[in-house]
Design a protein around this ligand. Structure first.
Ligand code: GAR
Length: 189
């Protein structure tokens, strides 16, 4: 069995899809959900699925390596960032080389970097008059949204699209593809 930890800061709709995708799998299981927000919806989703949760605090995350022993305890093989908004510290990247996967709600290298998350991304895509957007699934490194790309797919946009409708189109792609791409990454190991 390969073990996944999901890191998320928000509502956790992607986390839910990933958890559901691997429920009943004999090869992959979600063993831990980590959040930096104590009231994040993703923690309720984890509890509803009887998955252990762990809350991280900024000082511990950046100034100690406490999270490594938590991941070790749960025998985590792959970390999935599903709407996790903190930069991953270098010691964690080093401990999990090419074993941390992030999803970004746009076609990197466009519309990435610090401050580019969630609604900010879709507003920028709209402001730029883009004819398409999409998703990027990539390995995390020590910079925001800069690691090697694993998978991208697009959706077309029209002038009528708003940041909200762009967000809906992109989220639908995330839900459809993120669990499958994670499965592929786990199988390729
Ligand atoms: C997702 O759209 C994800 O791509 C985005 O946060 C959302 C989380 O939604 N991540 C980023 O913007 C990272 N830069 P969810 O909590 O419903 O899964």
């Amino acid at each position: 069995m390969k073990n996944i930890a999901i890191f998320a800061s928000g509502g956790g709709s992607n986390a839910r899809k990933i958890i559901e995708h691997f429920e009943g799998s004999h090869h992959v299981q979600v063993v831990l959900v980590v959040s930096n927000k104590k009231d994040a919806g993703v923690l309720d989703i984890a509890r509803a699925h009887h998955i252990p949760t762990h809350l991280i605090h900024r000082a511990d995350f950046y100034d100690s390596k406490e999270i490594l022993s938590v991941l070790d305890k749960h025998k985590v093989d792959l970390i999935v960032l599903a709407g996790f908004l903190w930069l991953v510290p270098g010691y964690l990247i080093e401990a999990f080389p090419r074993k941390i996967v992030n999803i970004h709600p746009a076609l990197l290298p466009l519309f990435g970097g610090k401050g580019m998350y969630g609604a900010h991304v879709h507003a920028a895509v709209k402001a730029a008059g883009m004819k398409e957007s999409g998703i990027t699934i990539h390995y995390a490194n020590e910079q925001y949204d800069a690691g090697d790309i694993i998978f991208q797919t697009t959706c077309s946009l029209s002038e009528e699209d708003t940041p909200e409708t762009i967000a809906r189109k992109v989220l639908a792609l995330e839900h459809e593809y993120f669990p499958k791409v994670i499965e592929r990454v786990m199988n390729d190991e």
